[in-house]
Write a protein of this length. Sequence first.
Length: 94
Amino acid sequence: MPSLRERVADLSLPVINALNRMPRAVPFLLVLGLMVAGLFVPAWGWLFLLVVVAFLGWTLYLAWPALDRTARLGRFAVLLLAAAITITQAVPRS
């Protein structure tokens, strides 16, 4: 029976292949656009940020076994920063 990581990797393969066929700048620009929209769209813009956090978490999960300790720490820090931004946008101060 395949492990959870293997099942997630198998289910993710079509999406990963589609991302690999795109020019390298396209996924970066999509994430950047979602981040900017999430920061500047009032009230519900945090949903854009939530999509970015989910995407970053998914790619980190898939890449985790191949990363060394430094790369893991850096990517995890970026994920935490994006999550913190999402929370502060979702629950603003009154």
